[in-house]
Design a protein around this ligand. Structure first.
Ligand code: UD1
Length: 420
């Protein structure tokens, strides 16, 4: 199993380009199921999760062509609308085929995602929404079976803010009969990116980016071309890596506008962050002090602080001056990185969904284990400032969400190597 070897103590400096967003690309790839015509997507990152989604779509009869960062998908003739357990279990986002398949084919059979390292993560809200749109939904032998000759527009209310739930129901509603209103909708920028792609395919959607999204169903959608938005979590992760090393880093092809809450916290920690923007170019520049000040965070749906940045902020707080309180309100079991950070010498106490991080003067390199995608990122960030060598084991998690990670860190002057 691959490992990452990190020699700590180097200040990051230089410039790298941020990739397209995994969490925008995954639902947008599924949008191809809504039309017989080709969907051309640019800025698609080369990540393991993207490969899994393309495999799932290809298995259903979608023609997939991939050339660098461009992916062309054509779902002219679909086979069985089935997403098998073998693929869904490796990636929860596979459930995003459910809405488009029922809308286009009138039926779908999609495996339940099952448990995952960061919590139970059920899909009851996706199911409840489809039922409200008239679908007959049963769960049988671990599969969601949904049927509806034509979905009907409805007023939908999700019990909690769910990102993929909102995306699934928004896609389903595009081909429904009449108007659908999704209340308590997720406002994440990735939901907006999906809506923009669907609109360019002919969908009638308003309100994406607010908590009420209205979709007027149409008889069919057509082909389109769309560029995937930059990855705000990758952006935030490199900002944290620069911050913790007292670095001076420029990130291109990304925008601070997608991560105000993260940028604010890094500024509170003492960093100087500036944005550059012209019609054809965007970048963020961070200059960090030699030691950060501790910053407390509380995760919540967008535009509040993202749960996908919580682990990285635990790592920077581990070596900051002062004490930080970290509250995780989205997932019930998302502190597994704390134990690994403690192996590097971090002083962290966990009580339920709250972590108290007392900054220490230095961390020491050690062998640690990655438990999920963002936990892995936090261990790298800690390794960059730890004395000596840190070995991060089980980095297959990282390859699910960070494109060319060693190359990007190398370009910033870090000593990060991959080993078998
Ligand atoms: C998405 C992101 C993930 C991010 C998360 C929260 C993608 C592919 N993944 O995941 O990186 O960490 O948003 O920002 O975009 N819930 C239910 N029932 C449901 C749906 C959700 O109880 O039917 C709960 C979940 O268990 C969780 C909360 O709602 O506690 C939010 O989950 P959700 O927003 O759905 O996360 P994902 O869309 O899976």
């Amino acid at each position: 199993m691959d490992k990452l070897l990190i020699e700590g103590g180097r200040r990051l400096a230089g410039e790298i380009a941020i990739s397209g967003a995994k969490n925008a690309a995954l639902p947008i790839l599924c949008a191809c199921l809504l039309t017989r015509e080709p969907l051309v997507l640019d800025n698609v990152p080369a990540l393991h999760d993207i490969g899994t989604m393309l495999k799932l779509l290809a298995q259903m009869g979608v023609k997939v062509e991939r050339e660098g960062e461009r992916v062309t998908l054509c779902a002219a003739d679909l086979g069985e609308p089935v997403a098998p357990y073998e693929l869904v279990k490796t990636m929860r986002a596979s459930v995003l085929v459910l809405g488009p398949l029922v809308a286009r084919c009138g039926e779908a059979k999609v495996s339940l995602p099952g448990g995952c390292a960061i919590g139970a993560r059920p899909v009851d809200q996706h199911i409840k929404g489809l039922q409200a749109m008239g679908a007959e939904v049963n769960v049988d032998h671990g599969y969601v079976l949904a049927k509806s000759p034509r979905l009907k527009g409805a007023r939908l209310f999700t019990d909690m803010v769910t990102v993929t739930g909102t995306e699934n129901l928004m896609m389903a509603a595009c081909l429904a009969d009449g108007e659908t209103v999704i209340e308590n909708a997720a406002r994440e920028p990735e939901v907006v990116d999906l809506a923009q792609c669907l609109i360019s395919m002919g969908a009638q959607i308003s309100g994406a980016g607010t908590d009420v999204i209205r979709i007027r169903g149409v008889a069919s959608l057509h082909g389109a071309q769309h560029r995937i938005m930059p990855d705000r979590i990758e952006t935030g992760t490199y900002l944290c890596a620069a911050a913790v090393t007292g670095g001076d880093v420029r990130l291109t092809g990304t925008s601070a506008g997608y991560l105000d809450s993260v940028v604010d916290k890094l500024m509170d920690a003492g960093c100087d962050i500036t944005s550059e923007k012209s019609p054809s170019f965007e970048a963020i520049h961070i200059k960090a002090p030699s030691r950060l000040k501790a910053v407390s965070i509380r995760t919540a749906p967008y535009p509040a602080f993202p749960t996908d940045m919580q682990a990285q902020f635990m790592a920077i707080n581990a070596v900051a001056e002062g004490t930080a309180i970290i509250r995780e309100t989205i997932f019930e079991n998302r502190f597994m990185h704390a134990v690994e950070l403690q192996r590097l010498g971090a002083d962290i106490r966990i009580d339920g969904n709250t972590a108290v991080v007392q900054g220490v003067a230095r961390l020491q390199g050690a062998t640690v284990m990655a438990t999920d995608l963002r936990a892995s990122a936090s261990l790298i960030i800690a390794g960059l400032v730890a004395e000596g060598e840190t070995i991060v084991d089980r980095i297959y998690h990282l390859d699910r969400g960070y494109e060319k990670i060693e190359q990007k860190f190398a370009a910033l002057g870090a000593n990060v190597r991959r080993a078998k």
